[in-house]
Design a protein around this ligand. Structure first.
Ligand SMILES: Cc1cc2nc3c(=O)[nH]c(=O)nc-3n(C[C@H](O)[C@H](O)[C@H](O)COP(=O)(O)OP(=O)(O)OC[C@H]3O[C@@H](n4cnc5c(N)ncnc54)[C@H](O)[C@@H]3O)c2cc1C
Length: 379
């Protein structure tokens, strides 16, 4: 029997499992192949929903589903935390057992590490995990005007466009509550421009200007002075705030670091086309977990899952795997309460943003509901 172990029950792991099952259904039925998905939690969270949850537009219940509802019943679902990937012996060790594999798929995602910026936990907010989004929702509901700083504190981070989106939505949120005249909005970014991709900068920067949204570049926070409400940067600047919304630094999963499989950020070195883990013929990595020069986005995980599932199915059938990932990413960009644009790009094609519209925003709102069909592998 061939054993496929998928580690992680986010978009990447769930979709890999759900795309793989139909391709090798007979072999699973005949017990020639077993697919096991290991996740340290029994639910999945739709993280893009945090952007709406903090403004009370989506509830926590809309962002969570039990993995048992999402993963194909032909997959053995194990809720347990992996503590080590023993690559030499092709085994995943968990808190409560161990799982030998012929093929391993690493889909352990990324996590925020606010503790890496001293004072951030005490003095700041974020919306990049459920606990942070819940706290920020309360802070926003109580906000009565003042200076909001939206600060990107490290690259790479999940959903590169989300900091710009939250800034635009904040602008309209404050207007709707009659607080915009009493408030300042400052967006900061660590490099020499407000975003990594020039075509996006060309669209977004004038829109910030029109709305009176201030921005600072080359702004790399190293400390938050929670008592005096100031962000202190590597460049020697100090910026005061009334409400700090940080995009905290990110890292790969602890198990990747503990297994010696990651680079210094805990990202798994991965071939950008085949998605094989460098140096291992029987290991694939996808989604946020990799070191690839692509957005850490659910859409990327989705496109990669198609490639990994196709190649795994080929290997199981004894055929040479030929599917290649071309770097494809698709991102909606909310540019206000009720307007949005979108970009798509790949390794060979730069993004060409279109002018924002209400229509694109409503498509995104519909997708927020339809996502659970995607997770099941149906959309
Ligand atoms: C605010 C916000 C907005 C976003 N907006 C968008 C958007 O509009 N469009 C878009 O495409 N993307 C968006 N994203 C990004 C998207 O959510 C992520 O890129 C996506 O969730 C990555 O999927 P993944 O499966 O690789 O990782 P994850 O979703 O992080 O899943 C990893 C899973 O592995 C599990 N795991 C980790 N370690 C272990 C272990 N040791 N043992 C067992 N299980 C383990 C975790 O618990 C988790 O369930 C957004 C993200 C945020 C935070």
């Amino acid at each position: 029997m061939k054993r496929v172990v998928i580690l992680g029950g986010g978009v990447a792991g769930t979709l890999t499992a759900n795309y793989l099952v139909p391709k090798i259904k007979e072999r699973i039925k005949n017990e020639e192949v077993q697919i096991t998905l290991i996740s340290d939690r029994n639910f999945q969270i739709y993280e893009p929903g945090f952007l709406y949850m903090i403004f009370n537009r989506l509830g926590e219940g809309e962002l969570k589903r039990n993995l048992g509802e999402l993963v194909d019943p032909a997959v053995q679902l194990v809720i347990d935390r992996a503590t080590k990937i023993d690559a030499d012996n092709s085994r995943v060790v968990t808190e409560n057992g161990s799982y030998d594999y012929d093929y391993l798929v690493i889909a352990t995602g990324s996590r925020v590490v606010p503790e890496e910026i001293p004072g951030l936990k005490e003095g700041g907010h974020w919306f990049y995990n459920l606990e942070g989004a819940t706290r920020l929702r309360e802070a926003l509901a109580k906000f009565n005007g003042g200076k909001i700083v939206v600060s990107v504190m490290g690259i790479p981070h999940k959903c590169p466009v989300a900091p710009m989106e939250v800034t635009f939505i904040l602008h309209d949120f404050l207007r709707r509550r009659n607080l915009r005249d009493k408030s300042e909005l400052l967006y900061t970014y660590p490099i020499n421009k407000i975003f990594t991709m020039d075509p996006v900068v060309e669209l977004i920067q004038p829109m910030f200007d029109e709305r009176g949204i201030q921005y600072k570049t080359f702004f790399n926070p190293i400390e938050v002075d929670a008592k005096n409400r100031k962000v202190i940067t590597l460049e020697g600047e100090e910026e005061s705030y009334d409400l700090l919304i940080a995009i905290p630094p990110h890292k790969g999963a602890q198990v990747i670091i503990d297994s010696g499989l990651g680079d210094k950020g805990g990202w798994v070195p991965t071939d950008k086309y085949t998605l094989r883990v460098d140096g291992y013929d029987n290991m694939y990595a996808l989604g946020d977990a990799t070191n690839l020069p692509v957005s850490k986005a659910g859409s990327v995980a989705h496109f990669q899952a198609e490639v990994v599932a196709e190649n795994l199915a080929a290997e199981i059938e004894g055929i040479e795997p030929t599917a290649m990932f071309n770097g494809k990413a698709f991102c909606f960009i909310e540019t206000g309460w009720e307007e949005a644009t979108y970009i798509w790009f790949d390794y060979f094609t730069p993004p060409r943003p279109v002018l924002p519209s209400k229509f694109v925003h409503f498509v995104k709102m519909a997708y927020n509901k339809a996502y659970w069909l995607t997770a099941r592998g149906l959309l």
